[in-house]
Design a protein around this ligand. Sequence first.
Ligand SMILES: Nc1ncnc2c1ncn2[C@@H]1O[C@H](COP(=O)(O)OP(=O)(O)OP(=O)(O)O)[C@@H](O)[C@H]1O
Length: 239
Amino acid sequence: MTATIEVNGLRKRFGAALALDGMTFVVRGGHVTGFVGPNGAGKSTTLRVITGLDRPDAGTATIGGQSYAAFARPMRHVGALLDPHALHPSRSGRNHLMWLARSQDLPAARVDEVLELTGLADAGRRQAGGYSLGMRQRLGVAAALLGDPPVLLLDEPFNGLDPAGIVWMRDLLRDLAGEGRAVLVSSHLMSELQDIAGHVIVVGHGRVITAADVDDLVGRYASLEAAYLRLTAGVGGIR
Ligand SMILES: Nc1ncnc2c1ncn2[C@@H]1O[C@H](COP(=O)(O)OP(=O)(O)OP(=O)(O)O)[C@@H](O)[C@H]1O
């Protein structure tokens, strides 16, 4: 399967709020793509539409050319970390993953692999309700990686991680993209993205303002943060 995400003309209204207003972009494999924009710009809504959690009023979103709903075992095609708190508090982290693995016909051995990969081999036996935010993020990443998917969507993956965790996440995202996967990372941390992303999609008011290579933006504006601030000047403000 091709490691691509194609989003075309998405529109989504929540009452008075127009969350998406023609959102259109393509994400390719082989590098991390940063997904950035002011609060309320429509990033999370876009990720939720791609993963079938929100239905758009218009437009399409596909993964490797297919819509999320078309996948019989979606976790083998796309892994998503959208809400680190989406877990059953009285289940252990390992049981949470076992349940997901069973739903996708994945072997139990894969659960232990992703627990190891995310540093949760020991903590995986504890109730997930007692996990810190950083541990929940790791469990969310473990779930996203379960099906070894070619496409990954991560909403604010650095939130709550300690300094060692941030270094770990940075290396992990680079490695996953280096394996040819499409890795879309929504974040407000421009310095992190300048380090790890090859491409960046800047959005505001539900649509793309600029999609460019990070090196080009840094060459033009000196830093990704400076580029972001210039490109989103006048677009900010929560609607
Ligand atoms: N379920 C919902 N009900 C009502 N309004 C919503 C809902 N989800 C999103 N919105 C609105 O849609 C707009 C886009 O929100 P979204 O969460 O996609 O932005 P975002 O770019 O992810 O913001 P942030 O950087 O703060 O996470 C906002 O105005 C938000 O209030």
